[in-house]
Design a protein around this ligand. Structure first.
Ligand SMILES: *Cc1c(COP(=O)(O)O)cnc(C)c1O
Length: 318
């Protein structure tokens, strides 16, 4: 058995009531602080890794191998989990090496992850049999974890987000990348209450099919007490706009809680906008999951500063 409790503070993921700028309503909003589990294995990445780590140990594997972009929260979390719980880790990173390494990869490498770069066209083939065979040839008997950590064991972990909520509620919300987390949450609801996913990618309607399939494979059932809000991507993955950055700053001032601009900031903006438009039934309780990902802010800083400059310059012109 792995002693998770030694490093992961499962009790820290409390519910905190939150307010939105300029909104007074009869609805109650809470955030579930899954970002507090651990500074590096935060939020949903912990949920998704947990049963994979148990399974890797059970199979006697010594090395975890996984995939991700250069700023990936999953790469960061896997590197840290390997370091804490006794696995070697290998990260196959999409694209070319950029030096100096960004903060995400610097951290991953410093705590022992072996990093390899895969060009974009090969990266697209990462789940093809040929590619996977080559991985085993090159790296030996590794435990493979898909990009973003999403597989059926990840759903088993994400389902526990719902099991751990001790208050009654009407809606539960999460940001979506691969959709694994929301799929686990929906499985945990078992057709009670309602889930809303906020994809951070542009044109993410394909996720509806992926999520439906993940849920079907995991539970053997289909549910329709959920939908995706496809219009809060702010231009696409890791794309930002002044309105989003302003919202994140206002939200932090009001609630003392940091959100990241890639995932939780977009979800929270979406919830705020839905509330503004009167979407939620009067008297509802809405829970937003803080899926973590705060490590990503560091790598986004140049982009945020540039955006602020552009916005200022535009203002000056008037
Ligand atoms: C990875 C990530 C997500 C997306 O999770 P999926 O299970 O891939 O949908 C959401 N929020 C944060 C902070 C993440 O790091």
């Amino acid at each position: 058995m792995i002693n998770f409790e030694k490093h992961i503070d499962t009790k820290a993921a409390v519910l905190e009531e939150i307010k939105f700028p300029g909104i007074k309503s009869g609805n109650r909003f809470y955030i579930k602080r899954e970002d507090k589990f651990h500074h590096a294995i935060s939020g949903n990445k912990w949920r998704k890794l947990k049963y994979n780590l148990i399974e890797a140990k059970r199979q006697g594997k010594e090395t975890l191998l996984t995939f991700g972009g250069a700023y990936s929260n999953h790469i960061y979390a896997t590197a840290s989990a390997g370091n804490l719980f006794g696995f070697k880790t290998i990260g196959l990173i999409r694209g070319e090496e950029h030096l100096p390494l960004n903060p995400t990869l610097t951290f991953a490498k410093e705590i022992g992850m072996e990093i390899h770069y895969v060009n974009r066209s090969d990266y697209r083939k990462r789940y093809d049999n040929d590619f996977i065979e080559k991985i085993y040839e090159q790296f030996g008997d590794v435990y493979l974890i898909p990009e973003g950590g999403t597989n059926l064991l990840a759903l088993k972990g994400a389902k526990e987000i719902v099991d751990d909520i001790e208050i009654d509620f009407d809606y539960i919300c999460s940001a979506c990348g691969t959709g694994g987390t929301i799929a686990g949450i929906i499985s945990g609801l078992d057709n009670h209450k309602y889930a809303i996913g906020f994809p951070v990618l542009k044109g993410a309607s394909f996720l509806e099919r992926n999520i439906t399939k993940l849920i079907k494979d995991f539970t053997g059932k289909e549910f329709n007490n959920w939908h995706l809000e496809l219009n809060y991507h702010f231009g696409g993955y890791a794309k930002i706009k002044a309105e989003l950055i302003n919202f994140i700053e206002e939200f932090e001032t009001l609630n003392g809680i940091k959100l990241d601009p890639v995932y939780t900031g977009k979800m929270m903006y979406g919830i705020f906008d839905l509330e503004r438009k009167g979407y939620f039934k009067k008297g509802s309780t809405i829970i937003a999951i803080h899926t973590g990902g705060l490590q990503g802010i560091e790598g986004m800083k140049p982009k945020i500063e540039k955006l602020k400059l552009t916005v200022k310059n535009t203002l000056k012109m008037h």
